[in-house]
Write a protein of this length. Sequence first.
Length: 278
Amino acid sequence: MAAITTVITGSTSGIGKVTALELAKKGHAIYMLVRNTPKGERVREEIVTQTGNKNIYVIRCDVSDLQSVREAAAELKEKLFGINILINNAGSAFQEKQLSKDGFEMTFALNHLGHFLLTMSLMPLLERGQARIINVSSEGHQRAKPNFDDLKWEHTPYKVMKAYGISKLYNIYFTKSLAEKYKDKGIVSYALHPGVVNTNIWDGVKGVARFFVWVLKLFMITPEKGAETVIYLATHAKLEKNSGKYFIKCKVAKNSVIADNAEARNKLWAISEKLVKI
């Protein structure tokens, strides 16, 4: 029986690393898309040593850089016939406004746009693999509203958690659109909130907020706990009827009312296609 082929972004630390390790234990062939390839190779060696699974591969991919995403997708197309699971996990929050290489606000570029391009570039392989697409979102989306008219935050004061929440809302829009547009191709998609996980996403927090993060960390869950829902969505049978849904603690959960807005969802898709030029 052929190994399940799984592609995952952001797999050198946090819940991505735990997910790669646990799926490797289950015999998956893991393709780790990483920004830092030396670190990726070290993690690959760790996983091989711990699991005995040698089908672990590292491919360079800076998800915030569209050219890097295109190159990674091209490499995967050369190596693979199909992909069974795509886990769009890489993400971060940025204390101060930054622009990506392509000139987009970094939170939007990394947490949404790069994953949109990656997924669409890999779609022929995903269709062949009857894939599950898993997008790591967050409860941070609950108070977010789309900012389609100011994606670069040129007219709005930049706020880190607001930008992060909007990007996580876009993850849910993307999930629902994938479920709708590709259901006839055998593709399913899920979004999830992993919990408030103690990972390096919080390392850049400065000033007074740093103290509050320190206190919050006392209540944060481990990456191992945070990865549980991702692993569940990647491995549990008979989840097809829940395609397009949002999960917390391995169960369907309620997303925000705005996240169900089909008009906004379709607008994001059209904008994203235009920005990545596909």
